[in-house]
Design a protein around this ligand. Structure first.
Ligand SMILES: [Zn+2]
Length: 277
């Protein structure tokens, strides 16, 4: 006899198998497990030491840090950039790729993560919205131009003594001001949204003809991202270890981590996928 969880798994698998397209909505729980909190605290500590901010104030989320203390800001973001480059996407991405290949219209990714790991895992670049931008693209700190440029040429060297950038501070090719990642920060009036807006337009075109859309929401903790999922119900599969509640009118919730949830669903789906792929 099936347990309720077994029934919910079976329902979710049935949705996946019937889907014409998958909208994959990912939050920090899907990311590579890097600790943003730890980085933020270390930057706040570094800034408090040089008197730029009040001790204990966590200012990593402010674009002002790049103006006032570019070496401290780039110390944190340079380290994060290197971590994202050096980390391979976990096996949950391969599961989502397999499901993408099995759906007639494939998938579109909507992620709040800035790590570029969906691209790294082989998802098509024109099928991804990076809602908060990307650490792999740079912009002018003054937003003097809407142009972005790739961070590929940037290999930040970090001073191990204080965690700050040791080498040359990247600059805007237009005006010579400091360059910063094209990542949307708190109260960030100078974030250049053009790249993300183009991605949104592609998503809208993809969604338009979809008849049997299934949303796979993985590790999304922020309210805005969760609402985005629910707007695309009624077949939302929510995977989150704590905030898994969802109205039955909108979808099903699974109380587990991103990778475990994807593995459980994939195991239930395995016999059908072997035939389909
Ligand atoms: Zn500039």
């Amino acid at each position: 006899m099936s347990t309720p969880i077994g029934q919910e798994l079976a329902q979710a698998v049935a949705w996946l198998e019937d889907a014409d397209g998958l909208l994959i909505v990912a939050g920090s729980g899907m990311a590579a497990g890097l600790s943003e909190t730890r980085d933020s605290k270390s930057l706040a500590r570094a800034l408090s030491v040089i008197g730029r901010v009040r001790p204990g104030e966590d200012d990593i989320g402010s674009p002002d840090v790049f103006r006032d203390s570019p070496r401290a800001a780039w110390g944190t973001y340079g380290k994060r950039l290197k971590q994202y480059r050096d980390t391979d996407p976990h096996p949950g991405y391969a599961i989502l790729r397999r499901w993408t290949n099995a759906a007639p219209q494939g998938s579109f990714v909507y992620t709040s993560n800035v790590d570029g790991h969906f691209q790294k895992a082989g998802f098509a670049v024109d099928r991804i919205v990076e809602a908060a931008g990307s650490i792999h693209w740079l912009q002018c700190v003054k937003a003097c131009t809407p142009q972005l440029w790739s961070a590929d040429e940037l290999t930040p060297s970090i001073n191990p003594a204080n965690g700050w950038l040791a080498g040359v501070v990247p600059t805007c090719p237009q005006c010579g001001s400091v360059a910063r990642p094209n990542v949307s920060l708190a109260k960030d009036w100078d974030w250049v949204p053009n790249r993300t807006m183009r991605q949104h337009a592609l998503l809208s075109s993809w969604l338009f003809p979809m008849k049997r859309l299934v949303v796979v929401e993985v590790g999304a903790g922020t309210l805005a991202i969760r609402r985005f999922s629910e707007q695309h119900g009624p077949r939302v599969i929510r995977i989150h270890p704590t905030d898994f509640d969802i109205s039955p009118d909108v979808g099903l919730g699974f109380a587990t981590t991103a990778l475990d949830g994807l593995r459980q669903l994939d195991e239930c789906r395995a016999p059908a996928l072997k035939v389909a792929t």
